[in-house]
Design a protein around this ligand. Structure first.
Ligand SMILES: Cc1ncc(COP(=O)(O)O)c(C=O)c1O
Length: 370
């Protein structure tokens, strides 16, 4: 039994004393929010780091998703995945949009492009896919369909910080991509999020929308919201960015150790990295199949009794929640792959400070659960 509980993730924190100069700066300028100097610095630093054109920082990814849909004036029906965190679909309901769920691919657990076309109706205006666990969606196929049917594509890229595919950052695909900087994410600002956008015109619209629709002291052009990131969060982001390479390399080593040592475990499948040039190792999902001696829930409990708290992301499916359950597209026969994944998945602990002995203990329990 581990001496302290182990969680599925733990934020990488820089030494506290390194944050003090940032706080002193905020105290001296007394600029706390509203697009202050740290906010501007972080937008520029993230554009350079992620190799994207423009970024609008937000208080969290959920408000960013809601705003992205507003910015592109999405209405009617939107095609999305049931296999995600519930905020993906909630952002649609907050905009009065009807979610239409389609099934996922068994290999990536991302939306299956082959299932999208048959879900399109005259009311469909957009697709909201999710790069689940930071594994890239089939962006080419999704764009091809969007182009044929004149649909917008907004990626929920909450998990996809820093992920690249052969053509460059995965965040440059679709019309907009939304990142989360929540405490549980590879890059965190305590709470935070961002919209990645291709041009200045849409950035300006989003920046207005996240600031109540205000464009000047006397002019409000849209019913905007307050989605701004504060200076303290932005300053923390600047500091976090310095440590991101080291954090990713430790995550990569853990990912590799799991893969190597679970490769021959009967009934356990590690979700492959498919399509990434650079992965971010944000999650480590395994699928517990019928050949494994325990069910997924039994393994979950077995680990928990040893103080190791995995998470059943994403179980239940979004379509199991009461506000979605009665939609025709939520019917189980429409989503067999997602249902199976939700019943088999277990995300194992992965974070930079996970000790080698802790990692070995997790692997040992999975390999020898008796
Ligand atoms: C796929 C996905 N979308 C959206 C969100 C919402 O992000 P936030 O917590 O920053 O609002 C999260 C997670 O936290 C997520 O995992």
């Amino acid at each position: 039994m581990s001496s302290k509980p182990i969680y599925v993730t733990e934020p990488a924190m820089p030494p506290l004393e390194e944050f003090i100069p940032y706080l002193q700066q905020i105290w001296s300028t007394k600029i706390l929010t509203n697009g202050g100097p740290f906010h501007q610095q972080l937008e520029a630093a993230l554009c350079a780091h992620l190799k994207v054109n423009h970024i609008c920082l937000f208080a969290n990814a959920t408000i960013a998703l809601v705003t992205a849909l507003q910015a592109l004036r999405i209405t009617g029906e939107v095609i999305t995945t049931p296999y995600s965190f519930v905020a993906t679909a909630h952002s649609l309901l907050w905009n009065g949009i009807k979610p239409v769920f389609v099934d996922i691919c068994p290999d990536t657990l991302n939306i299956n492009p082959d299932k999208i076309e048959s879900a399109i109706t005259p009311h469909t205006t957009a697709i909201v896919p999710v790069h689940c666990y930071g594994h890239p969606c089939d962006v080419e196929s999704i764009q091809r369909i969007a182009d044929i049917y004149n649909l917008k594509v907004i990626y929920d890229a909450a998990h996809a910080f820093g992920v690249t595919i052969p053509s460059g950052s995965v965040l440059n695909h679709g019309d907009l991509s939304v990142l989360s900087f929540h405490a549980t994410k590879v890059f965190n600002t305590f709470e935070g999020g961002a919209i990645v956008c291709p041009d200045l015109k849409i950035k300006q619209r989003i920046d207005n929308l996240k600031n109540f629709g205000i464009v000047s002291q006397v002019k409000v052009v849209a019913p905007g919201i307050n989605g701004k990131m504060s200076e303290i969060n932005a300053a923390f982001g600047m500091l976090q960015l310095k440590g991101i390479a080291a954090a990713l390399s430790r995550r990569k080593a853990i990912d590799l150790a799991y893969r190597e040592q679970l490769a021959h475990t009967l009934g356990i499948r590690c979700l492959e990295h498919t399509g990434e040039q650079e992965a971010n190792y944000s999650y480590f999902p395994i699928l517990v199949g019928p050949d494994y001696p325990l069910s997924r829930d039994e393994l979950f409990e077995k680990l928990a009794s040893a103080g190791i708290n995995g998470r059943r992301y994403f179980y239940p499916l979004i379509t199991d929640f009461p506000m979605y359950r009665s939609l025709p597209s939520a019917a189980p026969h429409n989503l067999p792959v997602a249902i199976r994944a939700a019943n088999e998945v277990l995300c194992l602990p992965i974070y930079p400070d996970l000790a080698r002995e802790e990692l070995q203990e997790i692997i040992h329990i999975i390999n020898d659960p008796s």
